[in-house]
Design a protein around this ligand. Structure first.
Ligand SMILES: Nc1nc2c(ncn2[C@@H]2O[C@H](COP(=O)(O)OP(=O)(O)OP(=O)(O)O)[C@@H](O)[C@H]2O)c(=O)[nH]1
Ligand SMILES: [Mg+2]
Length: 305
């Protein structure tokens, strides 16, 4: 029986790249759903993660970081944020402490509120993340400043990485959700299909394994996902993926000397994919060059942007 006081709704997480949006969602779900790397602009699409508690269900929407667009891919990523804002009951404005200088980026936060949050017309919870990087006194000063400058409907400091104040964050969000029964069964973690998370895991390993240029130029698509274990449990599933890059030089870097780098990438990705699926798989990676795909509408569209 669902209690009459049960609340359920959508909470969008927005903020600059590298703020810890994906880390926060994963910590709340206690499951690594969204990919996380030290590099900015890791997340490129909306990732839905469903949080369950006795008195509420919160559908968290992790989004790409807000930045100045430098190419069509960025424009598409920002359009995803705009669209997702429309679905939200409450906005989680994730503003990271930096541990240096002013401790938060005041110019960016101003723009975030003016250009993105206020126009959406939704209640906003300012969540100051990475509080492990500042002292208690610095935290209080910044909290006062944020409260006075942007007047959020609620505010809390947390550390997503260390799991500090996360139950309190949920308590802060719940009053902004509509009353109503849960939208999803209790064992549902996300609405996206397994194949989407397979491509995300490969992208994460690319971000972690390669330097600056390759991760930003790479996209992953599934060419074939053959679920052979269903017919015969002794057979592994076969997953064939293409890693798309923009130039031949990037292809060479991805593959490495005698294919060593690509092999290492495949092994790292396969381990995580097997853990997610809970069964062994064959993973085959092919590298393809699609010149300037990040600037081409037709290619972006075919990759889901
Ligand atoms: N010190 C500290 N680091 C954190 C915290 N939360 C996240 N990080 C780190 O910040 C980096 C970026 O984290 P992500 O979760 O990928 O950030 P994001 O906002 O999703 O970034 P994009 O997807 O690129 O927009 C990672 O190296 C995290 O480990 C925190 O509370 N404290
Ligand atoms: Mg992210």
């Amino acid at each position: 029986m669902v209690q009459p006081s049960f609340r359920c709704g959508f909470a969008i997480i927005v903020g600059p790249p590298n703020a810890g949006k994906s880390t926060l969602m994963n910590e709340l779900l206690d499951y690594k759903l969204s990919i996380v790397t030290p590099k900015p602009q890791t997340t490129r699409k909306k990732i839905t993660g469903i949080y369950h508690r006795d008195d509420c269900q919160i559908v968290f929407l992790d989004t790409p970081g807000i930045m100045q667009p430098q190419q069509k891919l960025h424009v598409s990523m920002l359009a995803i944020v705009r669209e997702t804002l429309k679905d939200a009951d409450v906005v989680i404005a994730l503003i990271p402490y930096s541990g240096k200088g002013d401790h938060i980026d005041r110019t960016f936060t101003d723009e975030l509120f003016k250009e993105w949050i206020r126009p959406a017309g939704k209640p906003v919870v300012a969540v100051l993340n990475k509080c492990d990087l500042v002292t208690e006194t610095q935290r209080r000063e910044i909290e006062d400043y944020v409260k006075q400058t942007w007047s959020p409907d609620a505010m809390i400091s947390i550390s997503a990485l260390q799991g500090t104040s996360l139950p309190e964050l949920v308590d802060t969000i719940v009053p902004f959700l509509p009353s109503g029964p849960p939208l999803y069964p209790e064992d549902t973690l996300s609405t996206a299909p397994e194949r989407f998370f397979v491509t995300e895991i490969i992208r994460e390993k690319i971000f972690l394994q390669y330097g600056k240029e390759v991760p930003y130029s790479a996209e992953v698509v599934i060419d074939e996902f053959r679920e052979q274990h269903e017919a015969d449990p002794s057979r592994k599933d076969l997953i064939r993926c293409s890693v798309i890059v923009e130039r031949d030089t990037q292809k060479q870097i991805l593959i490495g000397q005698k294919g060593a780098s690509l092999k290492k990438l495949g092994q790292a990705a396969r381990r995580d994919i097997e853990e997610m699926l809970g069964r062994p798989v064959f993973l085959e990676l092919f590298v393809k060059v699609r010149p300037d795909w990040r600037k081409k509408n037709n290619l972006l569209k075919s990759y889901g942007y």
